[in-house]
Design a protein around this ligand. Structure first.
Ligand SMILES: NC(=O)c1ccc[n+]([C@@H]2O[C@H](COP(=O)([O-])OP(=O)(O)OC[C@H]3O[C@@H](n4cnc5c(N)ncnc54)[C@H](O)[C@@H]3O)[C@@H](O)[C@H]2O)c1
Ligand SMILES: [Zn+2]
Ligand SMILES: [Zn+2]
Length: 397
């Protein structure tokens, strides 16, 4: 089959690789119809997540048709399914309490030491996301093996097309959990750093949850315009002093909650961020946390901090004092996707949520390397790239 494989920093290729096979009775094989490129994939593309190996198949946002099932799979051939990026067994201590991204069984035993050394514990297996999270082949491919297929995949009705449901695999539940983690109350003002897919869905979710004011921060005009269309007030951090603006917009109090939907590759020209860029480049492995640092200073005392943005290692000069002295509450994590898919599918069906506005480009799988390049380098207008394995390359490309 054809699949998008990682070969090093900014080097991804569409290669011919072996077809996946059923290994365990609970597995299913999915023929992928749509798969998206995520901001998390950019961390792999930029080479800032450890544990990648040449030839790894990327992709953790995908859906398709079931073509093969193991004897214990509950899926049926021909069903259309969206697959959560978190691989979870459904029956360990953490899965039982719906903390699916901490599943104890899906990250294979021989890989667990690597994660435990960095984080104290191994975390769940994730599709297409480094050997720290299990080294599973991802879904930016014609076919993919889905372990624990009786737990993760959600069957979607045929009257909803791929564009309407694909983002149940990750970014919609991630935006939703980000807003939920901000514990929003009806009169709250919440500020969201980053108007990429995760930030935009966090904004949409916060509004559905009833936040009275949502403020979006980025520097890309098109992405800020999308945030405005969703109902947010916007701040361009290149033109405006973010902390001063937020103080003013929250009546001098500071915002009640903050959401960091930027993560470890924060842009910015403050001196600490520029130093972090260099450290990251020479492999000293520091997260670039300037958006999060700004958020910790801007939130009001006693406020809530939600961090959907991904961090991989250690952050330098972290304002721990602000966190403690202001009595902040912090909630974060890889999304417990399986916890949210059913409710969010219902919200898509009844029209409460529409995520199709986000998609800016649909490309054949064969064109995926260009998709990565543009999603990284023309971020403003390439808001979300969906790859279609069945689509022909245009004759002129
Ligand atoms: N927790 C999870 O399970 C989960 C799931 C999916 C994605 N993520 C993470 O969420 C983050 C965002 O993902 P995405 O797909 O939206 O990525 P993206 O790269 O498309 O968007 C990030 C946005 O942040 C903006 N930004 C950069 N620096 C900023 C700053 N200092 N202040 C304000 N905005 C700034 C960028 O301009 C960009 O628009 C990534 O770290 C990704 O890995 C986490
Ligand atoms: Zn993703
Ligand atoms: Zn489990």
């Amino acid at each position: 089959m054809r699949a998008l494989t990682w070969h090093g920093t900014h080097d991804v290729r569409v290669d011919t690789v072996d077809d996946p096979e059923i290994i365990n009775p609970r597995d299913a094989i999915i023929e992928v119809t749509s798969t998206a490129i995520c901001g998390s994939d950019l961390h792999l593309y930029d080479g800032v997540i450890p544990g990648m190996m040449p030839g790894d198949i990327l992709g953790h946002e995908f859906m398709g048709r079931v073509v093969e099932t193991g004897s214990d799979s509950t899926l049926k051939k021909g069903q259309r399914v969206v697959v959560p990026f978190t691989i979870s067994c459904g029956s360990c201590f953490h899965c039982e309490i719906l903390q699916y991204s901490a599943c104890e069984n899906s990250n294979p035993a021989e890989k667990q030491d690597m994660a435990a050394k960095v984080y104290g514990h191994a975390m769940a297996g994730l599709f297409g996301f480094s050997h720290i999270t299990g080294g599973y082949s991802g879904g930016q491919a014609e076919y993919v093996r889905v372990p624990y297929s009786d737990v993760g995949p959600i069957v979607v009705p045929d009257h909803l097309d791929d564009d309407q449901v694909l983002f149940l695999s990750d970014i919609l539940p991630t935006g939703w959990m980000a807003a939920e983690n901000a514990d929003l109350q009806p009169d709250d003002t919440v500020a969201v750093w980053g108007c990429g897919p995760v930030g935009l869905f966090a904004i949409q979710s916060a509004i559905v949850m009833g936040a009275s004011k949502v403020i979006a921060i980025d520097h890309y005009p098109n992405r800020l315009a999308l945030a405005k269309q969703l109902g947010a007030e916007v701040i361009d951090f290149r033109k405006t002093n973010v902390r001063e603006a937020l103080m003013e917009m929250s009546g001098g109090l500071g915002v009640d909650a903050v959401i960091d939907a930027v993560g470890m590759e924060s842009h910015g020209f403050a001196i600490d961020n520029m130093v972090d860029v260099v450290k990251q480049k020479v492999g000293m492995g520091f997260d670039r946390a300037s958006a999060l640092k700004q958020a910790l200073l801007a939130v009001r005392p006693g406020g809530r901090v939600s961090i959907p943005g991904v961090y991989g290692g250690m952050a330098d000069k972290f304002p721990l004092g602000a966190l403690m002295q202001k009595g902040l509450q912090v909630r974060t994590g890889q999304t417990h996707v399986q916890r949210y898919t059913k409710d969010l599918l219902a919200k898509i069906e009844d029209g409460t949520l529409d995520t199709t506005f986000l998609i800016s480009h649909r490309l054949p799988l064969e064109d995926a390397p260009r998709g990565y390049d543009c999603f990284l380098n023309v971020q403003d207008s390439w808001t979300k790239v969906v790859l279609k394995p069945g689509m022909e390359m245009p004759a002129t490309a």
